[in-house]
Design a protein around this ligand. Structure first.
Ligand code: BTN
Length: 327
């Protein structure tokens, strides 16, 4: 949101305040104040005009201005009712040199997931991409993906959903139907659809040189106020788990937590461990170098999974991870 419009909105929130007062305070013309008030009304803000002046009466449920209003993180939010993919739009903004912009959409007809899969993104979800330019080497980029998983999980838990993280960045909801696991079990199969359901996924894309990230796009898809029937099998939604949520508050919480963590990357891994479902479990990870099977014993900065295998510890930086459980 433009700075003056932001300041007008803040004045209205502290209202009632007259148009001339706002104009004086912000050193702009009365006509300019009127234009901003009208633009805010167009964006869905209810602005009452009383004898005492203008006053903010209600904030829209969702949208760019709504998320920016009261957001305690320095992001500009570009909202779309529908955009093919917020990651693709964020790439365009990256090419224009922008940073600290969040592209947010209600619906994504061309949503993309990891490994070139499609990502179902019906209306009612929270589909967003954070474009930032951290001054870190490309090797540290996974920490931002982990930070996004922590931020999403914390927002979900505050909304009343018992979310956990599967390495590296799937946000899942356990159903409690999975068999329990013990060290002595020697016949193991992958978790089944009934054991956990996927609530959110993260797709991070990056451009950089050897020693420096140029831009980083962290795409986060949260199945929020959507029907499970409109998602792929094995997915769940906030609607299914707890009922519809306030998407504005959820998005703000997620962005604030992400911002907090990105300013202190040392905190990311300990925060991730707090919510991890993978640690202590038998896992099979498909990596570019082959399959790694063993017990997931730790995660190290910037997001490396340590798997204790029969041949000793193996450190995995990338791959598709399956939790295993006894037959
Ligand atoms: C996954 O496969 O788990 C990652 C899914 C990431 C989906 C999000 S939704 C917002 C952003 N835009 C996209 O096209 N994809 C990501």
């Amino acid at each position: 949101m433009q700075d003056t419009r932001h300041a007008v909105l803040d004045a209205l929130a502290d209202g009632p305040v007259s148009g001339p007062d706002i104009a004086d305070r912000l050193d702009v013309s009365r006509a300019a104040v009127w234009k901003h008030v009208e633009a805010l009304r167009d964006a869905g803000f209810e602005i009452a005009s009383t004898d005492a002046g203008y006053e903010l009466a209600a904030v829209p449920d969702f949208g760019g201005e709504a998320v920016e209003f009261g957001l305690e993180a320095p992001f500009e939010v570009e909202y779309h009712d529908a955009v093919p993919s917020t990651n693709d739009r964020a790439r365009e903004l990256a090419a224009e040199g922008r940073e600290d912009v969040v592209v947010l959409a209600d619906e994504q007809p061309g949503g993309r997931g990891r490994l070139n899969r499609a990502w179902s993104s019906p209306s009612g979800g929270i589909w967003l991409s954070i474009l930032c330019r951290p001054t870190v080497p490309p090797a540290d980029a996974p920490a931002f993906t982990l930070a996004a998983a922590v931020a999403t999980t914390r927002a979900a838990r505050e909304a009343g959903v018992d979310a956990v993280i599967k390495w590296p960045n799937d946000v899942l909801v356990p159903t409690g139907t999975g068999a329990s696991q013990t060290e002595s079990d020697d016949v193991l199969v992958p978790d089944e659809e009934g054991d956990t359901r996927k609530l959110a996924g993260i797709l991070t894309e990056m451009e950089g040189e050897a020693d420096r990230v140029s831009w980083l796009i962290v795409g986060i898809g949260v199945n929020a106020n959507v029907d499970v029937a409109d998602l792929v099998e094995g997915a769940t939604s906030l609607r299914a788990e707890t009922g519809d949520v306030d998407r504005r508050a959820f998005t703000q919480r997620l962005l604030e937590e992400f911002h907090d963590l990105r300013t202190d990357l040392e905190r990311v891994v300990p925060a991730w461990r707090e919510h991890a479902d993978t640690l202590g479990r038998r896992v099979r990870v498909e990596t570019p170098g082959g399959e790694v099977v063993g017990e997931a014993v730790d995660v190290e900065f910037p997001g490396t999974l340590v798997v204790e295998t029969d041949e000793g510890p193996v450190r995995v930086t990338t791959g598709d991870c399956e939790h295993l459980r006894p037959v």
